[in-house]
Design a protein around this ligand. Structure first.
Ligand SMILES: Nc1ncnc2c1ncn2[C@@H]1O[C@H](COP(=O)(O)OP(=O)(O)O)[C@@H](O)[C@H]1O
Ligand SMILES: O=P(O)(O)OC[C@H]1O[C@](O)(COP(=O)(O)O)[C@@H](O)[C@@H]1O
Ligand SMILES: [Mg+2]
Length: 545
């Protein structure tokens, strides 16, 4: 609270001092983390390390010089030789998957999921006993979440736990079919719901969930129409689903079940789950949907219901923590670069042409950054994580003048959440409570036109806002594969008795994460990451402040 923009340099120097002082053991280990988060806050308006002020028990230093990461249950003192062990114990607790057996004393049964056909009860057709078949995932299998060993907090994109950037293993649970399951497939009623905005691949996931449920032997599968709303809005009927019905739904974009925002009343949803006798609920959605899914899971636990709630992360924005990507993101980027290509052609063909493209991304600039990188046609990429000014010596407009002078035309890609501080806030929110952003694209279009008029230089501005075109299409090949794996794994997770989990891809491996770990904040582009630096190398843009 004591620091403002003028102290940025000071914080930077303090970080360097703290790193070099680390061996003296004279400061509480979490101070460095606080300094990093303060620098992040000053740099781009928010903390990326989720650090919260607290008092360090060990050194008794006053706040805010000692902090505890909000996501950590223990306070670490890096002078304590056993800190790593404590961190790992805490990690294992945090990433432990909630199970229905936590509240119920249930006996598992052998799985009904097998890829081996025509087997006898004692073994397969070659006489191999089923328990020797190694097609199942063991509950103790793990995947590593992070694989880079950073030697210093100054390494590009470094995510360090202690000032030394020590190597600490961060294991997460491997996804896939287990040998033992906790439901009788014939008795199961499974429901699927899709919430939030549209996203390429929703139908692919619905389809794979249905296929996999049927492979286990589930007969009663229903779709809840129009998101969480379908649980309580009168007149919305659940839709029976089968392989036959969903066979071709992946050929079209959108959601076969319909989507909606808002209207999530957890207790009413759980009343409805109880009344409909749903045993497994598959929830496809983004940050908001995951928060809703976790609330449903918690409420089911409170009521001691044997219900598995399993989420699959969907959002073109790619803004969910810890995972490599969410399904739909790749397809959205592919569509977005088509818009950039059109802007490029228009700008290139006009005298002093300026192509401007606005791309979606409620809180983060992933689509803008990746579409700029993939198209290779962007001269200026603006994202919310990196502040910029339009006017002045170092502003975007001055750089556009330079581009028109040197190459004759230029292309700008701006993320919808970028530069919000330059605009008047409406203060409005959508039905889910998401802030309705002011239109940076239209603002920039006007500012650019006015600027070039004022300085008497001709400029032909072509503005493209592809909005819903990037998310209403069907999934591309890589998203279709991701959807297939995530959908199948969601069903395996439910049969294995997990609940309150999400089925995702981390560090190229398919895993389950507890929902609680992915909803603490939206994932944002790290301006210190190699990817953002690559984007800057590609566009050749300077700093705009
Ligand atoms: N914190 C929350 N707790 C419970 N439900 C939520 C929460 N945030 C959003 N929801 C519900 O989740 C659904 C989808 O949320 P939304 O933010 O619109 O999309 P997305 O899941 O794609 O981020 C909406 O029905 C919304 O009411
Ligand atoms: O107009 P809508 O449907 O409310 O959606 C707009 C928002 O939806 C998105 O496409 C995706 O957001 P969600 O992941 O919350 O669905 C955002 O990029 C965009 O801000
Ligand atoms: Mg969202």
């Amino acid at each position: 609270g004591l620091l403002d923009d003028n102290h940025f340099e000071l914080v930077h120097i303090l970080i360097k001092m703290a790193v070099s002082l680390k061996s003296s053991g004279s400061f509480c280990s979490t101070q460095l983390q606080w300094l990093h988060s303060t620098r992040d806050r000053l740099l781009y308006g928010s903390s990326h390390s989720n650090a919260k002020e607290c008092t360090c028990k060990k050194t008794k230093r006053p706040a805010p010089l000692c902090v505890k990461a909000t996501s950590m249950k223990v306070e670490l003192d890096f002078n304590d030789p056993s800190w790593k062990q404590k961190f790992q114990e805490d990690w294992d607790k945090r990433f432990n998957l909630p199970r229905i057996t936590d509240i119920y004393d249930l006996k598992p049964r052998p799985t009904t999921f097998s890829l081996k056909k025509n087997r006898s009860p004692a073994g397969d057709e070659n006489g191999t006993p089923m328990d020797k078949w190694n097609g199942y995932v063991n509950n103790d299998d793990r995947a590593l979440l992070k694989v880079i060993k950073y030697s210093s907090p100054n390494s590009a994109g470094a995510e360090c736990i202690d000032p030394d950037c020590s190597w600490v293993e961060q294991w997460v649970h491997r996804a896939g079919p287990r040998k033992e399951i906790y439901y009788e497939p014939e008795e199961v009623k499974a429901a699927i719901v899709t919430c939030g905005g549209l996203c390429p691949g929703l139908n692919d996931v619905i389809r794979q969930i249905v296929f996999t449920l049927e492979t286990y032997g589930v007969k009663n599968i229903v779709g809840i129409p129009f998101g969480y709303r379908g649980f309580f809005e009168k007149g919305l009927k659940e839709m029976p689903l089968s392989r036959h019905l969903v066979e071709n739904i992946n050929l079209a974009g959108g959601s076969f079940l319909g989507v909606s925002r808002g209207g999530a009343k957890t207790s009413e949803i759980v009343d409805s789950i109880q009344a409909r006798r749903i045993d497994m609920l598959f929830v496809l959605g983004g940050n908001g949907t995951h928060a809703g899914a976790n609330a449903i899971h918690e409420e089911c636990r409170k009521r001691k219901l044997k219900v598995s709630v399993v989420a699959v992360p969907k959002t073109i924005d790619n803004d969910i923590l810890l995972m490599d990507k969410t399904f739909g993101f790749d397809t959205a980027v592919e569509e977005a670069q088509r818009a950039i290509n059109s802007a490029y052609i228009e700008a290139r063909s006009a005298y002093h042409g300026i192509g401007l493209v606005k791309l979606m991304g409620r809180s983060s600039g992933f689509i803008a950054m990746h579409a700029s990188l993939s198209s290779g046609q962007v001269d200026v990429c603006l994202i919310p994580e990196v502040p910029f000014t339009l006017d002045g010596e170092y502003g975007v407009l001055r750089h556009l003048e330079h581009l028109l002078k040197t190459k004759g035309f230029c292309v700008i890609c701006v993320a919808e959440a970028a530069g919000q501080e330059l605009l008047q806030k409406s203060g409005a929110t959508d039905a889910s409570g998401n802030v309705i952003l002011s239109d940076i694209g239209v603002h920039m279009q006007q500012k650019i036109k006015m600027h070039f008029k004022d300085i008497g230089v001709p400029a032909d501005v072509k503005y493209i806002d592809p909005t819903y075109m990037v998310r209403a299409c069907r999934a591309n090949a890589s998203d279709a594969i991701l959807c297939t794996v995530l959908g199948q794994n969601a069903v395996h997770g439910a049969f294995a008795g997990f609940s309150g989990i999400t089925s995702c891809i981390c560090n190229t491996h398919y895993v389950y994460l507890p929902i609680t770990e992915v909803i603490t904040a939206p994932k944002r582009v790290n301006p210190n990451s190699r990817m953002w630096h690559r984007c800057l190398t590609s566009t050749g843009q300077p700093d705009f402040h």
